[in-house]
Design a protein around this ligand. Structure first.
Ligand code: PGA
Length: 250
């Protein structure tokens, strides 16, 4: 049985005071969260605040990106050890914004997955197709290519040590969500593609859906057989909305 995992991806949003209020709100509502694991992925600069406010709670935290390097002359980067220093447990790798705006390739993302995993962080590997790719019928090929880069680098068993977030790019921040059927179809195809290499990894690995998931549509999406949680952007910035998603899994 895969435990649903709901992760907030705050992106480059928030301030010390708004984050304090958000986390107080989330913590206050966690008693109603019965079956999901809850994570927030914060901007690196706020990791100290987040770790202080969440330590001892049942909300885990993580970064939104990491360097493949351990340390040294890499201005502006954050290492796995720095995330671990603040007790982060998770890190997002290969978010579509990193891939499209910062030129991260499948190979670089696979390397980040490997560095995170080896350091003891749980990587949340984002994959997903653009609208053009969906319309030309290559959705599963794109997802398979992105996952295969990780399998080539780390081996198929490594996938079970991370989480996959299927995020169709056309649904991110647009208010257009994949229908539960559309998302389920792709999630099932991703799981099948992994099962062809290793059935037990396919059975274990959690595949989140991301892309305009919100308080209104979460229940239906999370009810689908192969959707094991959500990666939430906009709706993770308000405690009430985020908690409504965290309490949605049956
Ligand atoms: P969204 O973002 O929920 O605002 O669409 C999701 C994501 O990019 O992880």
């Amino acid at each position: 049985m895969r435990k649903p995992i709901i992760a907030g991806n705050w992106k480059m949003n928030g301030s010390r005071s708004s984050i304090k209020e958000l986390l107080e709100g989330i913590k206050a509502g966690m008693g109603d969260v019965k079956s999901a694991e809850v994570v927030v992925c914060a901007p690196a600069i706020y990791m100290a605040d987040v770790s202080e406010q969440l330590s001892g709670s049942n909300v885990a935290w993580g970064g939104q990106n990491l360097s493949t390097e351990a340390k040294g002359a890499f201005t502006g980067e954050t290492s796995a050890d720095m995330l671990l220093d603040f007790k982060s447990e998770y890190v997002i790798v290969g978010h579509s914004e990193r891939r499209t705006l910062y030129g991260e390739t499948d190979e670089l993302v696979a390397e980040k997955f490997e560095v995170a995993r080896k350091a003891g962080l749980t990587p949340i590997l984002c994959i997903g197709e653009s609208l053009e790719e969906r319309e030309s019928g290559v959705t599963i090929d794109v997802c398979a290519r992105q996952i295969n880069a990780v399998i080539e680098k780390s081996g198929v068993k490594a996938l079970a040590e991370g989480v996959i977030a299927y995020e169709p790019i056309w649904a991110i921040g647009t208010g257009v969500t994949a229908t539960p059927e559309q998302a389920q179809e792709t999630h099932a195809a991703i799981r099948k593609m992994i099962a062809e290499k290793d059935a037990s990894v396919a059975e274990q690995v959690r595949i989140q859906y991301g892309g305009s998931m919100n308080a209104g549509n979460a229940k239906e999406l999370l009810a689908m057989e192969d959707i094991d949680g959500g990666l939430i952007g906009g709706a993770s910035l308000k405690a009430e909305d985020f908690l409504a998603i965290c309490t949605a899994p049956a």
